[in-house]
Design a protein. Structure first.
Length: 300
């Protein structure tokens, strides 16, 4: 009996599997990128989405499958790992779910969204509840292809959206490892006051934005100072980054922290555990992350 299911990001099945195995979660089978377990749900950081109450339903026809879903609730998203044509025909019989792109800053949709997939042509797996409000756990935005100097800004957009809050106008922020300035650009667009710290120079257009000041030094050399938000997308070994974040939190300097934990080579699960152990923190794999996790913390 399947009691939980975990959707991995494309190409990142192994970090998810390693995390689950370390937690003692059994994976009986994979359905595409969906890991199926007989164990209760585990709060995985690597899963894009977790199906919290999956159950199998035998369906003799396309109509029977659609009727079974509609009898439970209105809003569903399909994960099509196989049987694509049959999945599309079932979707046609369900109320449409408008998965429109978000205009940042905008809160995620609040309407309840379930998930389903066809394990076989006559066997449906559905979960009326899941952890993400987005289809397949993917948060999509109306992108800005002019202002930011790189696509890294999308990670901060998604992190703040998932965090459920963002800097208010006038908020004091420090962006460690800021160059070329994608995250600084996000904060400046919100009206925050940003100190961008990096040995490398900031993109000139970002450096010229109102409220932005620059400090050309190492992110690791800067002493903690009182700020509303500390953000960091620096390339560093996870253990070194964890020491930096812990130093700022221990100093009582930041009210909120958002940083990217980047893994080089094999996933460093010990470093992941160290971040997870920080009180008030949360680790999550964003749809815009690669082989990395995002750590979000707010002062308890």
């Amino acid at each position: 009996m399947i009691q939980s299911a975990y959707l991995a990001a494309e190409g990142l099945e192994q970090p998810l599997l390693g995390e689950l195995e370390r937690a003692g979660v059994t994976i009986e089978a994979w359905h595409g990128r969906l890991a199926l377990s007989p164990d209760p749900p585990f709060p995985s950081a690597w899963a894009l989405d977790i199906w919290l109450a999956p159950r199998e339903v035998a369906v003799i026809s396309i109509k029977a499958a659609a009727d079974a879903l509609r009898a439970i609730q209105r809003n569903w998203s399909a994960y099509a790992a196989a049987h694509h044509r049959r999945t599309a025909l079932i979707e046609e019989r369900l109320p449409p779910v408008k998965a429109r792109k978000l205009h940042f800053p905008e809160r995620p949709p609040e309407s309840h969204l379930g998930a389903w997939t066809l394990l076989a042509p006559d066997r449906l797996l559905l979960s009326a509840t899941k952890t993400s409000p987005f289809p397949d756990g993917v948060c999509r935005f109306e992108e800005d292809r002019v202002g930011p100097p790189s696509r890294a800004y999308l990670k901060l957009w998604e992190a703040l959206t998932r965090f459920g809050e963002w800097p208010a106008p006038g908020a004091a922020c420090v962006d460690l490892g800021a160059s070329p300035g994608g995250w600084t650009w996000v904060l400046a667009q919100l009206g925050a006051r940003v100190m961008a710290v990096d040995k490398a120079p900031l993109d000139p257009a970002v450096a010229a934005l109102p409220g932005v000041t620059t400090l050309q030094e190492s992110a690791f050399a800067m002493e903690p100072r009182p700020v509303d938000w500390l953000v960091c997308d620096v390339i560093a070994y996870p253990a070194r980054l964890q020491a930096l974040v812990t130093r700022w939190i221990a100093a009582g300097a930041a009210d909120r922290v958002v940083c990217t934990v980047k893994f080089q080579g094999e996933t460093d699960f010990a470093a992941q555990d160290a971040f997870a152990a920080i009180p008030g923190g949360r680790l999550m794999h964003l749809a815009h992350n690669k082989h990395e996790l995002t750590f979000a913390w707010t002062r308890p």
